[in-house]
Design a protein around this ligand. Structure first.
Ligand code: KIV
Length: 257
């Protein structure tokens, strides 16, 4: 395990871990200053490309966006999502994870699932590829977007999976849309940091999709808090530009050669 990952794990029980998504350099370079982890999430499929699910996101899309993000991330841990159907067996996962790492120079990859992906995770880790797990709501395979952990059987499976992922060697686990007391129990049980999204304050850290946080993506989900209305700011800027052009106030001499 490299030092960056070791230091990341050490944050558990010490300080809250701040994580956000980025899909391009400009946003990445702003959030990098304040984050411990920047994730190139496959949520880019719905956020940027209006796909109905993340299933249509390809390896090439993830790689191209990650190359851009890499230019903006200087200090945070940079993690890239392995998209749907790129880790169906250990051999395929290893080939694609190696491609992501070599082309994007990211620090780690993230993949979704519990027991089913343990063998895959072990293979990647054996090959020195740091892996972040993802439990709870799994957008790549979800049939609905309901929160997880209401029923006893489901709770037991998610808790068991968190232990299996830890044993397999993941350095952290994203908990997505998980009932609060279950997220608390998992966080107490596993030694690696849990990063919550819709999974209560009890996780070791939090992650949000940056476009949701800044008000650029129109999403109505209980777990999202909009910290700014960037859509309005862009709209106002564009309107002012348009007014100036129409009134011949732009470009002025200062902007001309
Ligand atoms: O794809 C993504 O952005 C994610 C986060 C929401 C955790 O997996």
């Amino acid at each position: 395990m490299n030092n960056k990952i070791i230091n990341f794990i050490k944050k558990k029980n010490k300080s809250k871990i701040i994580s956000l998504t980025a899909y391009s350099k400009n946003i990445a370079s702003i959030i990098d200053k304040h984050c411990d982890l920047v994730l190139v999430g496959d949520s880019l499929g719905s956020v940027l490309y209006s796909f109905s699910s993340t299933k249509k996101v390809t390896l090439d899309m993830m790689i191209e966006h990650s190359k851009s993000v890499r230019m903006g991330v200087k200090k945070s841990l940079m993690v890239v999502d392995m998209p749907h159907n790129t880790y169906r067996n250990p051999k395929e996962a290893l080939r694609n994870a190696k491609k992501i790492i070599s082309k994007t120079k990211c620090d780690a990859i993230k993949l979704e699932g519990g027991k089913k992906v343990v063998r895959i995770i072990k293979t990647l880790i054996k090959n020195k590829i740091p892996v972040m797990g993802h439990l709870g709501l799994l957008p790549q395979s979800a049939k609905n977007f309901k929160f997880k952990g209401k029923e006893t059987t489901e709770r037991k499976i998610i808790l068991r999976d968190s232990k299996l992922l830890e044993e397999a060697g993941v350095f952290s686990i994203v908990l997505e849309c998980i009932e609060s007391s279950l997220a608390k129990e998992i966080t107490k049980t596993v030694k690696v940091p849990t990063i919550g999204i819709g999974a209560s304050v009890y996780c070791d850290g939090q992650i949000l999709v940056t476009d949701d946080l800044i008000g650029l993506n129109k999403i109505k989900a209980r777990f999202v808090k909009k910290y700014s209305n960037i859509e309005k700011q862009i709209n106002d800027a564009v309107l002012n530009y348009k007014k100036d052009v129409v009134a011949n106030k732009f470009p002025t001499k200062k902007h001309s050669y």
